[in-house]
Design a protein around this ligand. Sequence first.
Ligand SMILES: Cc1cc2nc3c(=O)[nH]c(=O)nc-3n(C[C@H](O)[C@H](O)[C@H](O)COP(=O)(O)O)c2cc1C
Length: 386
Amino acid sequence: MLRFLTAGESHGPQLTVVIDGVPAGLRLDARRDIDIDLERRQRGHGRGKRQQIERDSAQFTSGVRGGRTLGSPITLVVANRDWENWKGPMQVDDRDFKAKRVTRVRPGHADLAGALKYGFDDARNVLERASARETAARVAVGAVARALLRTIGVDLHSYVQRIGEVALTEPTGGDVDWSAVEASPVRCPEGDASRRMVEAIDAARDAGDTLGGTAYVVARGVPAGLGSYVQWDRRLDGLVAQALCSIPSVKGVEIGAAVCAARSRGSTVHDVPRFDAGRGFHHLTNRQGGMTGGVSNGEDVWALVHFKPISTLLQPLRSVDMATGEEINAHYERSDVCVVPAGAVVAEAMLAWVVAVAATEKFGGDTLSEFRSAARAHRRAVQRLR
Ligand SMILES: Cc1cc2nc3c(=O)[nH]c(=O)nc-3n(C[C@H](O)[C@H](O)[C@H](O)COP(=O)(O)O)c2cc1C
């Protein structure tokens, strides 16, 4: 069984990840396989000063030898460069420790809810871990999942479909120019929309405000038969939704063109199956996001991920001081203006993880060759008429 844990505070020395259950024999190289995605997460018009400080890079500390996984737990770390500036406030021991308490809790952040939950009088204890800095660790995990999936012909992509009011036509799962996405400052495949998205972000920044939006995320080449309809918690669509919704600031996940379908008649939204000798079973359209009854149906698995505008505003929102109960301006902590382009990369990582978990559940294997052989045999089997 594949599983992972992340650890680390936003301004602590490092992020740490433990990944268990990766088959032995998978080629992994931190620079080639992980840093590339960490760098993609750092990019995007609308990111704040923190990204100028960090140069995220992963280092394996267990589970990989001579460039191949050992089947033992993989540990990797990503250093926080900013820790140099926070050694005092983030020190571990209590010798001469002087906490500068954060009590002016920020609306839309975990500050107050977390302080109430854990009984803290200092919201820094909450925000250090609730911070989306943790998503760098998840991107590293996703990169390992992606490397595993690549061996069975699955790849992942994302693009930004909307920032604020600027939107591309809603996708229905077709072809996209992925090199244009990677070249765009907002991860948008279309030049004119890209430019208007950049302008919208700049205008929000000038007004001391923030913007949200929507990302399209897709896993291509997913074999039919991952997930299951037999129990609620094995449905792949439910697992995908949970994983994507767990990304900080994601407040909605659509599997395929769900909202559009909700507005339409049944006669126009369903994906009709066909069989031919060349392609085997397939569907004429893919509006359902590649999953039917909680099972992958052989089409690309795709979703739309909706991000709220981030809540730390240069013009701070009104809030409450949790020490005095007074109404005040919220604490300002250095912040991004729009995180949708970076969030799209995190969404790829989470989708990669869920598909990798479902694939290892289906194909098993202590070794990569066992995993790949089972996947190959399964692909052949699902091509045949029943
Ligand atoms: C990549 C990424 C970067 C983020 N950066 C910021 C930020 O700089 N400022 C901010 O207020 N929120 C930021 N967020 C969102 C907050 O982490 C999130 O809104 C907060 O933790 C509360 O969680 P919730 O919105 O899911 O309820 C970011 C989210 C992501 C995915």
